[in-house]
Design a protein around this ligand. Structure first.
Ligand code: ZN
Length: 242
């Protein structure tokens, strides 16, 4: 469902069962098209030292972003998650291990919340596995938002040896020349990988890191300012129909 009038009403004003039930089966691909903000989002981390390289680029550019972290990596690299928070970025829940099973998002929430001291509120299903996601307790909370994206850097593919398929130039083009890029866009990139092979996790974000300064500059040339997903007004919820 993609109706312009299908607006989510804040739960504080409408904390009733009908609204909550509807919210748990909705997700968002973009923010308000009338506001010239976009959201840079990074999936599958934390992944030191690649995440730290991305944090340094964001800091130099004065940009706040959203990191949808995996519980298993947050558990292993909690200092990187703490640095995300300390530097003003938003940490979202991207599931624990990426397995397509119930409980994955709830397990991640427990791990991430233990590190950051607060609930995530913003979640993104790993591999778009909304079936498991919408059955999670955490997505039933009235304060939870499930966030997809309308623009992708397509920076997630591997060669057989772990080398990333997409070049930095292609990542830049995939974002800046996307027909869907515009006010309210949510852009998905990757600072890590779900893979347990360290070489994959270390190689995969390299084109993204090289592309990021050009992506930020290109967005600003288009009058689009990157913000955290909780700093934009999410709009036009889509209903998940399993
Ligand atoms: Zn993922």
């Amino acid at each position: 469902m993609n109706e312009p009038g299908c607006e989510w009403t804040p739960p504080a004003q409408n904390a009733n069962r009908a609204v909550m039930r509807r919210k748990t089966c909705c997700y968002y691909k973009h923010g308000r098209r009338s506001e010239r903000t976009v959201a840079l989002t990074f999936d599958d981390g934390p992944n030191p030292p690649r995440t730290e390289q991305i944090l340094a680029i964001l800091r130099d550019a004065g940009v706040k972003a959203t990191f949808f972290v995996m519980g298993k990596w947050a558990e292993r690299f909690p200092d990187t998650v703490r640095r995300m928070v300390a530097e003003g970025h938003l940490v979202g829940n991207h599931g624990y291990g990426g397995e397509r099973q119930l409980g994955d998002a709830d397990e991640a929430e427990a791990v991430i919340g233990h590190i950051t001291g607060q609930p995530c509120h913003y979640l993104r299903a790993h591999c778009f596995n909304y079936a498991a996601f919408f059955n999670a307790e955490v997505t039933r909370l009235a304060t939870s938002y499930v966030v997809d994206a309308d623009v992708s850097g397509d920076d997630w593919k591997f060669e057989y040896n772990g080398w990333p398929v997409t070049t930095a130039d292609e990542v830049v083009r995939n974002v800046l020349e996307s027909p869907d890029l515009g006010p309210g866009s949510i852009i998905v990139l990757h600072d890590g990988s779900e893979s347990s092979e360290a070489c994959r996790r270390l190689l995969r974000p390299l084109p993204t890191i090289a592309a990021l300064p050009r992506i930020i500059a290109g967005l600003r040339e288009r009058g689009l300012e990157p913000v955290r997903v909780d700093q934009m007004h999410l709009d036009e919820p889509l209903e998940w129909k399993g």
